[in-house]
Design a protein around this ligand. Structure first.
Ligand SMILES: NC(=O)c1ccc[n+]([C@@H]2O[C@H](COP(=O)([O-])OP(=O)(O)OC[C@H]3O[C@@H](n4cnc5c(N)ncnc54)[C@H](OP(=O)(O)O)[C@@H]3O)[C@@H](O)[C@H]2O)c1
Length: 310
């Protein structure tokens, strides 16, 4: 079967984290056109409402909901999943993310370094809490949004939270690598168990707001901003385009667990295609140690919950 962007998903429910802005917004907009119910997981209810309004202007029959989600605070996640109030979830897109530039290290309410906490630990724990309803779907999908920034980073398992040596860009890249290691390890564990749930890893390439179409009043660009962004279009693309790997990973029945998808042109721009992951992203030894540490830090284990659900 060839990929059709018009594929329908009526009756299905997808959760997108960080769906009120950027790539997550465009993923939610594009998924809404499939007929599925799209749940926007956002930390700001006003921004989530606005995003829903803007999506409905473009997809009038969109089925949308929103739930409060703050990935940086692990204590809030059980209530977030309760707020979903559904029996089965067909896909969760682990999209929300932060890239801090301040030289000062910041921590989450639980005392974890904030980028590692939000990007990796929050999503790790969210999947654990979602496990019963993901397992209840006939072929649930966990879509992890990684980054090309993970290519040049390596985890320091002795300093996962950059307590001894904090450099914002590196800590961000490592948090994205941790997410990708998680996605590939989840796939290995699911397949070893014969689970029908799939873990798919994607990355958006280099996706800029300045190359993205406006969605007023959620976000817009001045003509000057648009013109300034144009040269970057040679190597990078907009967030609407970066969202396509996500949308395809959610909808395309040909994509299977353990695959990595990203933009075709140097992994930076263009249509989604399947990529070969770099070996350090799939290393089982590192992934196992990261998994144990993440489970200890969050107090939950996604795999236990997926496999122990009746
Ligand atoms: N753009 C790129 O070129 C690029 C490249 C590689 C990977 N990525 C990855 O793609 C994903 C989306 O990036 P983007 O460029 O679209 O980012 P963005 O425009 O900054 O949007 C990030 C989204 O995450 C949400 N978020 C941040 N902290 C959160 C928290 N604690 N709880 C819940 N939601 C939270 C934000 O909500 P607020 O609006 O409330 O802040 C926003 O909705 C990220 O995972 C990023 O690492 C992006």
């Amino acid at each position: 079967m060839t990929w059709q962007s018009g594929l329908r998903a009526d009756g299905k429910t997808f959760l997108v984290t960080g769906a009120n802005a950027g790539i997550g917004y465009f993923a939610a907009e594009q998924l809404a056109a499939s007929g599925a119910t799209v749940v926007l997981g956002c930390r700001d209810s006003g921004k989530a409402e606005l995003a829903m309004r803007v999506i409905r202007e473009r997809v009038p029959d969109a089925r949308l909901r929103r739930i409060p989600l703050d990935l940086s605070d692990l204590s809030t996640l059980p209530a977030t999943v309760d707020a979903l109030a559904i029996d089965s979830l067909h896909a969760v897109v682990l999209n929300a993310g932060i890239l801090l530039s301040d030289p000062a290290r910041r921590v989450s309410p639980q005392g974890h370094e904030l980028m590692f906490a939000t990007n990796h630990l929050g999503h790790f724990a969210l999947v654990a809490h979602l496990a019963p309803i993901l397992s209840a779907a006939p072929a649930g999908r966990v879509i992890t949004v990684g980054s090309f920034a993970a290519r040049s980073e390596r985890l320091d398992l002795a300093d996962l939270q950059s307590e001894h040596d904090y450099r914002p860009k590196r800590t961000y890249g490592r948090s994205k690598l941790a997410q990708m290691l998680f996605g590939f390890e989840l796939d290995r564990r699911l397949r070893a168990h014969g689970s029908t749930t799939a873990s798919i890893i994607v990355h958006p390439g280099g996706a800029l707001d300045s190359l993205s179409p406006a969605r007023p009043p959620l976000f817009s660009r001045t003509t000057a901003q648009r013109l300034r962004g144009l040269p970057a279009n040679i190597v990078l693309h907009g967030k609407h385009s970066g969202a396509q790997s996500i949308v395809r990973a959610v909808l395309d029945p040909e994509i299977t667990s353990g695959q990595l998808w990203g933009p075709r042109v140097f992994g930076l721009r263009g249509q989604p295609h399947q990529e070969s992951p770099h070996p350090h992203m799939t290393d089982p030894g590192t992934a196992t140690q990261l998994w144990s540490a993440s489970s200890a830090l969050t107090g939950v284990d996604p795999f236990d919950r997926i496999t122990n659900t009746p």
